[in-house]
Design a protein around this ligand. Structure first.
Ligand code: SAH
Length: 210
């Protein structure tokens, strides 16, 4: 069901869970999450759950998308944003509506191609795609005001830190298969300070590309 009522129910739930940014809530409200899912699952698009998108990957839970986006948006500029793990492109679409330019890297080619099509279809043009292992970031396009990783490494890839602009923030789940610490790292000159925001569960950040 894609009715306004089911979408509003999701918004209420996000607010109850502590999402305050009206900008983030408005973008989630107006983004059609169902178009990123296979038809068989699209009736569940406005439930606050992660769902399968094929290749053993998932579309992130709306609460986690909102939480990560809010953490970046409320802490500094969002002109140039790097995303590692395009997946189905839902998080990409949220970022693209809140920033000038999004650079997104995905290691699984068919997922990347599908995401590219859908994002074009819904009219978002400020996104550049790269099919690669994103552990090394995307150095040619950096530096970035914000970097978001939507798959979990065991420890923070140092290269991502190097691609942050001064004042830039990295949001990334860190840890093993089950529970990871959602970590916000802020760059100030050559100093990096980090803060754990939440416990989350993402698919692992893997090496190499498919
Ligand atoms: N952002 C998505 C969720 C993606 S799931 C959403 O909006 O719902 C995580 C994605 O990260 C998967 O598509 C997976 O293939 C990708 N991924 C895992 N390791 C990666 C790596 N090293 N480089 C780029 N993408 C990676």
């Amino acid at each position: 069901m894609t009715s306004q009522r089911t979408r509003e129910r999701l918004l209420g739930r996000l607010m109850d869970q502590g999402i305050h940014s009206m900008e983030v809530l408005d973008v989630i409200r107006s983004t059609p999450r169902h178009v990123f899912l296979d038809e068989a699952l699209s009736h569940r698009a406005y439930e606050d759950v992660a769902l399968p998108i094929g290749f053993n990957q998932t579309i992130s839970q709306p609460y986690v998308v909102a939480r990560m986006t809010e953490a970046l948006l409320t802490t500094g500029p969002m002109n140039r944003v790097l995303e590692i793990g395009t997946g189905c492109g839902y998080q990409t679409s949220v970022l693209a509506q809140l920033s000038k330019a999004v650079f997104t890297v995905e290691r699984i080619k068919p997922l990347q191609e599908k995401a590219r099509k859908i994002l074009r279809l819904i009219g978002l043009r400020n996104i550049e795609f790269k099919h690669d292992d994103g552990t090394q970031g995307w150095a040619d396009r950096g530096l970035y005001d914000a970097i978001m990783t939507t798959a979990a490494p065991q420890s923070i890839p140092q290269e991502l830190l190097h691609q942050l602009a001064d004042g830039g923030r990295l949001i990334i789940p860190v840890g093993g298969e089950n529970d990871q610490e959602l970590t916000l790292v802020t760059r100030s000159g050559d100093e990096f300070s980090s803060q754990v925001l939440d416990v989350v569960r993402f698919v692992p950040l893997l090496h190499g590309k498919l």
